[in-house]
Design a protein around this ligand. Sequence first.
Ligand SMILES: [Ca+2]
Ligand SMILES: [Ca+2]
Length: 459
Amino acid sequence: MRKGLAWLTAATLVTAMLVAAQVTAAPPALAAPGDPFSPAAPVVFIAQGNPSQLQRAETAGDGSFSFSDEGGAAPVGYNAIGFNPADNYIYGLVSNQEATGIPRGSLVRIGEGGVVTRVGTTVYTHPGATGTQATRWFAGAFNPADGLYYASDSGPNRTMLAINVSTGAIVRTITFPAQPGVQDFVFKDGYAWGVTADGTVRRFDVSSTSGTFTDFPGAMPEGPGGYGAAWAFGNGNLGFSANTSGDVTQLQIIDGNTATPTFIVVNTVTGPDSSLNDGTSIPGLPADLEIEKTGSASFTPGDRIGYEITVTNNGAGISSGWTVTDTLPAGLSNPTVTGTVTHAISGSTITVSGGRLDPGASVTFQIEAETAVSPPACIVNTASILGNEEDPDTSNNEASAQSCAQSLEIEKSSTATADSRVGGHHHVHDHGHQHGRGRLHDVEPRRGVRRPLRRPRRR
Ligand SMILES: [Ca+2]
Ligand SMILES: [Ca+2]
């Protein structure tokens, strides 16, 4: 086989012809196999199997991840993938299929359709190791802080390389005192972060040739079989995929560059299980998500009360998913959630996860809860939203609805409905200090800001 076709071994004839045509054709208007990926659409990539099959992981309406093949199987097995925002290609290191003429330990670039191209002629090895173990690279990611590509083994090799993919040069060889023990990592706050099978978050300091790592036990759910894929969401949170269960957990890290970071599990959604895998992501463009909430203006104590929550993507980017958190105030209990969403209830906190929303699109779901027989006169229930991408306008990320008990004292109830408009003739008492003047208010208790209740969108 001619060397030039080595990269196309497993591609279909049609794909091969497209690639061949691309050599002489003008730049295509649409993405063609081998082109860089579009940075505009957020997507998680998983590579798994041997030879590798690149897959796009995208969320369905209920927020769960499903995988779809990106092109055919690659001519080689590769691992330790990372997306390079400088050129919009994925990079990885070859783990198998030397018969193609691409040795193990080679750096490869992966483009649209999963087309693989070797970069340079260097074979990257762990010092002192022999055989296939010397070229084993299980974890990899780009560090936004320096633009370099980092790769390591999970073990027993203890070295991590920092590679400039433009030149192929090894910029730094980092040696850790013990094996890294994670199957993938992703960068945030200048550190590489991975998760061990027992749910320990491991933070790697890669700033010098003498690497160190710090463990934060219990920060993540246990992931039997390990967490083989790690990536960053556009909102700055990290995503980890558990090999055995397929569960995808979104982790928020606050003060990640301090001795005592705070870890918050934002949500866990289902995905396919996998093995021999690795992950990376295209973070996409900022997307302004907006949350609106309506509810019954009044209720009879002991009855169930309903809320409707609408999530809208105001653009400009595509939203790859979102999480709504609704913590019930005193007086509400036994919640239920309906709609095409995934939800979890822990005590009084309801976490609702939803999927992809194009610019302009919206989705609605309902929360119901039981009111106490002796409730507070009025109940203000607030929900907030976190998008997977960067959100340029956080002022519309929280919404509240107020409901007042009508049997305690009839004046302390509202005749308003969720559709009440300014200029109506509704009379509202709010804890005796807020008198409605034909205008129903919602209340943001933490800051005491009052905003007009917005008319729900009808779509
Ligand atoms: Ca990776
Ligand atoms: Ca927003």
